[in-house]
Each structure stands twice: as structure tokens, then as C-alpha cells.
Design a protein around this ligand. Sequence first.
Ligand code: ZN
Length: 411
Amino acid sequence: MTASFLHCRRCLYTTAHPLGLVLDDEGICSGCRIHEEKDTLDWAERWERLRTLVAPYRSRSGEQYDCIVPVSGAADSYYIVHLVKERLGLNPLLVTYNKYFNTALGIRNLANLRIRFDCDLLQQNVNPHSVKKIVRSTLREFGSLYWHCIAGQTVFPVQTAVRYRIPLILWGAHQGLEQVGMFSHEHEPEMTRRYRKDHDLMGREADDLLSMFDTLKEEDIWQYRYPDDAALAEVGVRGIYLGNYVRWDPKAQHEQMMASHGYRTAAFARTFDCYDHVDCWNYMGLHDRLKLHKHGYSRVTDHASREIRHGRITRAQGLALVRAHEQAPVPHQDLFCRWLGIDPSGLDFIADRHRNPAVWQAQAPGQWTFAGWSTHADEAAAEAPQDLFTANDVLAHDGVEGYVTVGKGHP
Ligand SMILES: [Zn+2]
């Protein structure tokens, strides 16, 4: 195969990135260029802008929450709550969407988050029957078991803002800014329905699912429907990204939270980052396999590109890390098959249908050759660095088998 895409000369992304990425005259990508702002912007001044921005949302009576913070048992939840509660001095209502693929470690991290930061937490549990129907449909048609997770995580905070009349939602970093430099930090992009639909949800909102799948009914999708513009305007709902005002560095932030607030982490076979997605059995498993099938790269490329941009590894070391992890066996698919009630060969059949023919070639039934960018990047060999990240726990805890579909919390 000949590559029809171009490589960034600094990080490991190519112009095939699904969020859209451009190279400049020097062959450096838009994501790397926007990352340079992290070392040039006046972050003390930007923090003051944030303080000014949130000030009018502070509840005067003390009988209402100041803002909503979407959280999980991983992602950047600890650091976000630390900024909101301990540095901005706001009283947040934490909200979380139950994705069902929960690890015991994620349930533990979420319970500890609530306790250590002394916050109220609201959880949305959509009934498992509808969730499974949606997963069956989106897996088959989009090669995604994560549509429901992303739809739920991005809509439940907005619905809660309307229902509880709490206008301000505080998110962590903006993915389009962080990965591909879709915006400058100084543009201060805010949450929009449009970005959610086009990029988070692959162009399909809840109502689009209804028209695509005759298996899904109104009762299955209404919980994922974004509030209408009139309802949002009436409350004045606004979602802002803390990454526009704070120099975002997930590795350093997680290590700070491990030391100060008891955040726990775990090692994964398919990446070297031990800090993110420890709440999910599938994100670094089946979901990561499907990402490689569809896009020709997997999460380890995201992680390595980020570490290169932060100057902690070289490009050659990043490539070595990608090659060390990218084709690792996909763990925990048995748990997924048992949960959804399908057999492993059926899962493979569906997953193979989503292999991108630009990077995958069938040699024989069940045998594929891979020609993703990592196989033809001509980089001087380097050793994959060891122990960049620290795992201080594991995904499964004693006595807990498989998915913790509703966690009762943690002492
Ligand atoms: Zn780049």
C-alpha cells in the first residue's frame, strides 16, 4: 500500500487523523503548533481570566450548586475537581454516567473522589436493556461500542444543568484542541451541540439512531437526547474547558492526584499510559482494537504523541512505544461477549467488517496484514523507554468478577 497521508515531523500523527489535522510548510502539524502555546502563554493571566469568568456563577445564598462537573472513575476527573473545588473555591455538583463496562478500580476511584473532595454526586443509570440494544446496533453499523458512553457522558451533564437550573458546566481539556489544534487556547472554545454531534458522536445524535435502526425505539434513546436550544437559553447553560485557562498536562496532573488524593492507576497491555481509562474494561481493549481497525492507529499513538509534545520522549522513542503496544492481544473481550450475550466468533465477524481496507489486507480467513503508518515510518531505531508511568493498583479487585454494572461505592 502506498500512504496517501502525510506524517507530522514532530509527533506521530498523520493527516488521516479523524478529527482533521493539517501540516504547515515545515511539516509540523496543527496539534503540535497549538501545543507550543503551552510554553508561550501567560498562564497566570489566563487563570485570572477563568476566575473572572466563573465569578458571576457563584451561588450567593449557598443553597444552590455553583456549577456542574462531569466525572468518572478516571479521565482527568480528580484534577478537574481539585481545580474547581480547591482552587476556584466553587461548590460543584458532580455528575456521572454509568457506562456499564466498569472496573472495580474505577468504582473505587469514583467513590474515593466523592469522599476525598466531599462533593455531592449524581449518577445516571440508563436501564441495561436499552443500553445493550444501542450497543448491538452501533457496534454492528459504526464499529463502536462506545457511542452510548460518549453520548451519555456528554448529554447527562447538560440535561442536569437544565433540570437543576445550574448554568455553568466545567469540563477538562478540549479534545479537538489537544490532539489536532482545531482551536487556539485563546479562542476559548466552549461546549456546543455541533461539536458533540460531528466529532464525539461520529455525526449521529440520538434521533439519527432512531431513523437508522428499526430495533431501537423512542424509549431506548430519549435519555440521550440533547436539550433543545430554548431550554438551554432559558437557563443560560454554558460549558467551558479548563484546559483553555490551565496549562494542561495529564501525566503531571495525575501524578499530583496520586500523591495528594489517592488516585489509583493500572497497567495496560495496549499502551504505556497507566493513568487514563482505568475505569473501563473496554477502552484499552475492544474499543482500542476497533480504533486500530477503522483508523490504522490506536490509543498508544495518542499517548506517545502527547508525551513527545511535552518533551518527555523523542519521536523515535514514541515510535518504539507504539510498535511495542499496538498489536498486543486484545484483553477482556470475553467479558464483553458475556455481558452483551454474543459469542466471540460473532464479535470477530463484526469487528473484521470494520477493518479499513487502506491499512488492512485479508490474507486468509481470520488472517490480516497491517500496513498502518507505524509499519512504514522510517525512523532510526530507539529503545522503548520503560517505567514512564506508574501503576499502583490493578483493574480487577478480589472477589469482583467482570463488569461492576452498578457499584455500591467504597468504604
Ligand atoms: Zn504533530
